[in-house]
Design a binder for this molecule. Sequence first.
Ligand code: UD1
Length: 419
Amino acid sequence: MEKLIITGPTPLKGEVEINGAKNAAVAILPATLLINGVCTINNLPNISDVQILCKILEKMGAKITWNSSNEITIDTRNINTTQAPLDLTSKFRASYYLIGAMLGRAGKIEVGMPGGCKLGARPIDQHIKGFELLGASVEVRNGAISAKANCLKGNSIYMDVVSVGATINIMLAAVLAKGTTVIDNAAKEPHIVDVANFLNTMGADIRGAGTDVIKINGVEKLHGDCTYSVVPDQIEAGTFMLAAIASKGDLLIKNCITKHLECITAKILEIGGNVEDYGDSIRVWYTKRPNKAIIKTLPYPGFPTDLQPQMGVVLSTANGTSIINESIWESRFQYTDELNKMGAKITAQGKSAVFEGVDELFGAPVYSTDLRAGAALIVAGVSANGVTEVYNLQHIDRGYENIEEKFRKIGANIQRVKE
Ligand code: UD1
């Protein structure tokens, strides 16, 4: 077992480079199944979710060459099964994208029931509704999902909830369907636009991604021979923006799209932090104790649920009492028990939490309960007085490349050790 040992407090200072977006990469890799050819993907984050997906695709017959640590060439000409390895697919959430992609490619697929962070109930009814409206039949049995279709046909699909995963999955299935599909009440996250751009680069005809109505005109086939660069990770950039404030630091965050960060910038300015926007990089710095705030997580362009725990760290030491309302996930406040071990005063109940700002946090042994909670605990450890030990790093490694190296370069005293 590995753990991180962090000695704080250290104001984080300097420059940090953001990797490609995890949530775009884990959809783009399955999307390569829609072509029967070769394509190169760069700015790919080298994180464990991506490594597992590559293993899954290889087991299904894809040939993957790592050209560098952030670029692969993938050849999908020899895909030879419609059964994704059940043990690997049930390890993480995004394996559900194999369903949309393989329905498009082969009209058939079986995958393990998607796993991923335990954030409360994570239904997939909207994915299934979409596949069925396109003409597929879907069965969930013995921890696996099987879907099949003789011929997918475009349809109008109204999403009952705004879902990132269902929007992308339906887009994947509809790209090669006959006729036009319209997704109404679609999610608008930057990675949805990125997946649509990737598919369009390969010959798809998707319009309106980034708005709440997406129109997909089915095409006969997609072509390979393209190179695509994954969009910068909005959540990783936001994590460092909030780390700059929590640690009383000054960071220049490079390789990001600042338009995607507006919801975070607005809140940082509101609590008294400083932000300078340079378009593809952003400087965030601390000058005074943050003000209290009220935060409600919402689908994009609202404040992202995936930055809620990192914002929770900032509000733990804000001036006054703050409230966070989590509107996406049922159990996203598990990290507050860990922060309370560090001296925070947080009362969480259901989907709300009250943060009574304390003067400072103190180091303690803490356990990451999920991916973003883990990132938040690192930010807390860097900002706290004394030694923090962060356990359960497998969650953090799913979504952040070289996280301790990046924190070390901007001044954190952080080490990964084997127990
Ligand atoms: C994605 C992200 C995750 C992020 C979340 C919300 C990936 C791989 N993961 O997860 O990091 O926290 O978006 O921004 O991109 N819902 C249903 N039925 C469905 C699908 C979803 O009721 O069929 C509900 C969920 O319970 C949740 C809400 O819709 O309350 C949003 O979920 P969704 O956007 O689908 O999240 P994911 O795509 O799983």
